[in-house]
Design a binder for this molecule. Sequence first.
Ligand code: NAP
Length: 333
Amino acid sequence: MNQRIVLAQRPSGWVDEACFALEACAEPAVGPEDVLLESIYLSTDPYLRGRMNAGPSYAPGFALGQPIVSRVIARVIASNNAHFQVGDVVWGFLAWALRSVVPRGEGLHKIDPALGRISHAVSALGMPGLTAWVGAIEIGQPAPGDTVYVSSAAGAVGQLAGQFARRAGARVVGSAGSDDKVAYVRDRCGFDAAFNYKTTDLDQALRTHCPNGIDLYFDNVGGATLEAALRHANVGARFPVCGMISAYNEVGDAGIKGLQAVLSKRITMTGFIIYDHVHKLAAYQARVAPWLRSGELVFHEDIVQGLERAPAALIGMMKGEAIGKRLVQVAAE
Ligand SMILES: NC(=O)c1ccc[n+]([C@@H]2O[C@H](COP(=O)([O-])OP(=O)(O)OC[C@H]3O[C@@H](n4cnc5c(N)ncnc54)[C@H](OP(=O)(O)O)[C@@H]3O)[C@@H](O)[C@H]2O)c1
């Protein structure tokens, strides 16, 4: 039998494992032109929490009793489609299942083995990487002499956002929720400074590590961290708003205090959604893959084994237990 993870109930507040169920299901039938896949890596992403809600009309949530879907890396194990051969490795938006059928192979992207690790197709050279590039470089426009502050700095997006800004000549400061994460971004990713926001007063830390103020704040978390960044921003600062994970498991909207700083300091806050930028992926990969291969760019993945552990892996990622990009491996490469 095949196995899959479905949405068993909608969360209210913090998601827990009761919201998911592992169930046996029939092996998918492979019709004409269809492609049968064996999943290898499931991507766990913060936006999946939003999809567990019923969702607004423009982004409907997962259906109750139906599988969780995310970017999945998979191997073709049977194909009735001339574009896909057995053994091809692909990624697509697929169910959290051991095996899936994709009608006519639609929405599947072949992974070029020359790019490096196949997992990078959904991490450093995929959506999180492009997100870091668009936010930190295209929107943030860091320049030599700028001070850049990145929250969730040890995460999938944050570790690259900081490194990209540093390559552009800026001084980069990161915050993260454990001393191991702080050591990772400072000692491995080359951030100029980093601090543990759970054990430090935010204002004190920003005064210490950004003595000339913040010119660019790459916001991954919103909430109290955004409020502190507003207090320490310079006139003309840019705030690429990538994510607000501190709010995803909260009921209601606590609001942001101190927004008046946007006016008085002429701050540009720019929200962006990576789906609007997917056409840039190939150029991004061509630019960044050599940096990963040469080791100029560091990227850490945290890989949890087993489909049955996927719900706990997703919840744990949102609670901060992973360093870097968290993936769930369900079959050998
Ligand atoms: N705009 C887009 O298109 C786009 C695309 C991709 C991702 N995103 C957003 O980018 C952000 C990062 O995504 P990711 O995939 O790279 O995830 P990630 O940073 O690898 O993982 C999430 C991290 O958020 C941190 N966190 C959780 N609650 C927090 C809180 N209350 N305050 C501060 N930090 C908290 C945790 O790290 P700590 O241990 O440091 O607390 C956790 O490890 C998310 O907000 C996500 O929604 C946006």
